[in-house]
Design a protein around this ligand. Structure first.
Ligand code: F6R
Length: 259
C-alpha cells in the first residue's frame, strides 16, 4: 500500500494523473466512481483535462453504491450526483456509467445483475474511493463481510449523520438503506485509489493503513490489495504512526514512477 501525504490539490492531480495515464494507454479503460466530497476535486481536474483534450469517449464507468428508494429525479440520488459532478462534464457516452438500481422492484436481482455487468466489462481498472468516518468504503459499514459482493446494506446512524449535510442537514431525510458493491467486488478492481481529507477521517485512515484487518474497519481489507494507493492531506494523516516514513518514501520516489 502506498501512502501519499500532500495538500488536497496535489492529491487530486495525482489521482487524475493515474486516470489519465490509463486512458492514454487504453482508451477503453473501465473506471470505478465514488460519490461524496472526497473525489470532487479529482472530477474537477479530469473535467479540466477533458477540455484540454483528454477523452473518455471509449471508456465506461461503474459506480460504487446507490441509495435505495430515492426518486429518479432526486438530486442526491448517486446516479444524478455522478452525472452532474463528472459524466456531464466529460465525453462519456450516454449509458457508459452504470450503477446499482436502487429503485428496482427486486433489489437482490438488481445486485446480482450489477455484479454480472462489472464482470462482463472485464472488471474495473481503477477504482476511486472515499472513506467514511466509521471506516466504510462504498457503503460497507462496520461488520460487513470481507468477502461481500453487491448487496443491500443498512446505513449506520453515523453515516446518515455524516451525509445529512447533503440533505439540508436533516438526518431523517437520509435513506436508511443502500445497494453497495461488496468488499470483494471492490478488491477485484486492479488499482484502488482512496482519497481522504480532514481530521474527522484521521482515525479511519490510521486503521485502514496501520490497523489489524477487521470487519470492524472494513477499509482495512485494502491492506490485502496488491495495488492500493491512499492519498491523504495532513489532517487525515494526523494519526498515522509511520507518517514520517510515508513522507520520506514519497519524497524519495523516482519522478518517473506514477501511482
Ligand atoms: C460514496 C461512498 C462512500 C464515501 C464516504 C466518504 O459513493 O462510497 O464510501 O466515499 O462516505 O464520503 P465523503 O467523501 O463525502 O466524506
Amino acid at each position: 500500500m502506498e501512502v501519499v501525504i500532500a495538500p488536497a490539490a496535489e492529491l487530486a492531480r495525482l489521482a487524475a494523473d493515474a486516470v489519465e495515464g490509463l486512458l492514454r494507454s487504453n482508451p477503453e479503460t473501465v473506471l470505478g466512481l465514488a460519490t461524496g466530497s472526497s473525489p470532487l476535486a479529482v472530477y474537477d481536474e479530469l473535467a479540466t483535462r477533458h477540455k484540454e483534450g483528454l477523452s473518455f469517449a471509449r471508456s465506461r464507468a461503474f459506480m460504487l453504491d446507490e441509495y435505495v428508494g430515492l426518486p429518479a429525479d432526486h438530486p442526491e440520488r448517486y446516479r444524478n450526483v455522478i452525472e452532474k459532478e463528472f459524466a456531464s462534464r466529460v465525453d462519456l457516452p450516454a449509458g457508459a456509467v452504470q450503477g446499482p438500481d436502487g429503485l428496482a422492484d427486486d433489489l437482490p436481482a438488481a445486485c446480482a445483475a450489477y455484479e454480472a455487468s462489472i464482470q462482463d466489462a472485464g472488471g474495473v481498472d481503477l477504482q476511486i474511493l472515499g472513506i467514511g468516518t466509521d471506516g466504510h468504503i462504498a457503503f460497507n459499514e462496520p461488520g460487513s463481510s470481507l468477502a461481500s459482493r453487491t448487496r443491500i446494506k443498512t446505513l449506520t446512524r453515523q453515516t446518515r449523520e455524516d451525509n445529512a449535510r447533503f440533505f439540508g442537514g436533516s438526518v431523517d431525510d437520509v435513506p436508511r438503506h443502500c445497494l453497495t458493491q461488496g468488499l470483494a467486488t471492490i478488491m477485484s478492481a486492479r488499482h484502488l485509489v482512496l482519497l481522504a481529507s480532514g481530521r474527522a477521517k484521521a482515525e479511519a485512515v490510521h486503521q485502514l493503513v496501520e490497523g489489524p484487518i477487521s470487519a470492524m474497519w472494513p477499509a482495512t481489507i485494502m491492506q490485502l490489495h496488491p495495488h492500493a494507493t491512499v492519498l491523504v492531506d495532513d489532517a487525515a494523516a494526523s494519526r498515522l504512526q509511520l507518517a514520517d516514513y510515508y513522507r520520506q518514501t514519497y519524497a524519495d520516489k523516482p519522478t518517473w514512477q506514477g501511482l
